[in-house]
Design a protein around this ligand. Structure first.
Ligand code: CA
Length: 403
């Protein structure tokens, strides 16, 4: 629900526990924490929380300093868009997505009927946010959010999320032991922040609880509701990969600079395979994530996907995964290749790379497919040894060299 708040944060930002432990967290004085909580319970943001709820969930609570380390961590590595897509939309996730689509087809059809959000899109969000419910995050939300409410640089924001989390518990939507998530408080199969939950979560299985952790129908319907609230238009595609005419002036173009489709046709744009532009997309903006790479015309529904995580690359990953889920014959790659001679790695290839690094004596923990700080250090050492550019990036060239 925020670039740094989903499980993606674990992928891009969080180092394995070993490295984390070596960093000195800011001090979290227990007496100061207790005084802070005592002050919070009467604060305006906590108006809807009863004293009994507040007491039940904060009695004996201790701060978790490790979330403050993550709060202040800067991305160590800016990932090219092709690396991002390679790991988020790999063959494994497409296969899992097609299976999930088949399994939940009836539920998804009813959700689409009610919200207008295309079923494959909902599956795409589910796959990117939580790997279809497999990566929910294991940190107790109340402890993380209470810590971030009392220490660190975004206390006002996190106090609102802390209050929302307590309200979720007070209303009995999620059982306390299951209210776990990312260090920053994103939780459940949709990785909603608690305030987003209060705005968008729905009870779709009819048991009276909005349970985006334990109920797949609730989670899928909540995702669709979020996109509907974000302006999703029934029957419109997110966009389409296009081929640009030679010499097209792309100045002033972009996702938000929408023009009527007729104008794009007049300028000579076609589908990437040369076919005519779609009739069901009235207006679109031209998005070129990497110069010389694939180009896309994207409509208002792409903006709805963008609002899920405020990242064009993220929205593109969902859109592409949705297309692949919807069409069993669609190839993994875009028609126009990415402008690189060293493509990114899938999760399976990341695991293979890690196994090769471990075999060469690098202490990087287990081969979990997540390229964290320890893996990057090992990659740098191997790049140095092989005379490659030393940037810590996991790419095809390094994988081939180590094979
Ligand atoms: Ca329910």
């Amino acid at each position: 629900m925020h670039p740094a708040l989903t499980w993606l944060a674990a992928l891009w930002l969080a180092a394995p526990a070993l490295t984390l432990a070596q960093e000195t967290p800011p001090p979290t004085d227990p007496a100061q924490f207790r005084a802070c909580l005592d002050g919070l319970k009467d604060a305006p943001a906590f108006r809807a929380i009863t004293p009994a709820t507040f007491a039940a969930h904060t009695a004996g609570l201790e701060p978790d300093p490790s979330v403050l380390v993550l709060l202040d961590r800067q991305p160590e590595f800016t990932m090219p868009v092709w690396d991002y897509l390679a790991v988020l939309v790999d063959a494994e996730r497409v296969a899992d997505g097609r299976a999930a689509y088949a399994k939940w087809r009836d539920t998804l059809a009813r959700i689409e009927q009610q919200t207008g959000v295309a079923a494959p899109i909902v599956v795409g969000v589910w796959g990117v946010e939580s790997n279809f419910g497999q990566n929910l995050g294991g940190r107790p939300l109340v402890q993380s959010l209470a810590t971030l409410s009392c220490f660190g640089r975004r206390q006002t924001y996190f106090r609102g999320e802390f209050a929302a989390a307590l309200r979720i518990l007070q209303e009995g939507h999620v059982v306390p032991e299951q209210l776990t998530g990312s260090w920053a408080g994103a939780f459940g199969q949709t990785q909603f922040m608690p305030s987003t939950f209060l705005r968008s979560a729905v009870d779709f299985d009819g048991d009276g609880r909005r349970d985006i952790v334990g109920s797949v129908p609730d989670a899928l319907a909540s995702t669709a509701k979020f996109l509907q609230n974000a302006g999703w238009r029934r029957g419109e595609p997110w966009g389409v990969e296009v081929r640009l005419p030679r010499g097209l002036d792309t100045s002033g173009t972009g996702r938000k600079a929408r023009r009527p489709m007729a104008e794009w046709r007049r300028l000579g744009l076609t589908r990437a395979d040369g076919g005519p532009l779609p009739d069901d997309l009235p207006a679109a903006g031209l998005m070129v994530p990497a110069r010389g790479g694939p180009a896309f015309l994207v409509g208002r529904n792409f903006d709805a996907l963008y609002s899920y995580n405020a990242s064009e690359n993220y929205a593109l990953a969902i859109a592409h995964l949705a297309d692949l889920v919807a069409d069993a014959d669609a190839p993994l790659a875009f028609v126009t290749p990415w402008p690189t001679d060293d493509p990114g790695l899938s999760r399976a290839e990341n695991r293979e790379l890690q196994i090769l690094l471990i075999a060469r004596g690098h202490d990087i923990g287990s081969a979990d497919g997540m390229i964290g700080a320890l893996t990057r250090t090992a990659i740098k050492a191997e790049q140095q040894r092989l005379g490659m550019k030393v940037d810590g990036r996991a790419g095809q060239r390094l994988l081939e060299a180590l094979r």
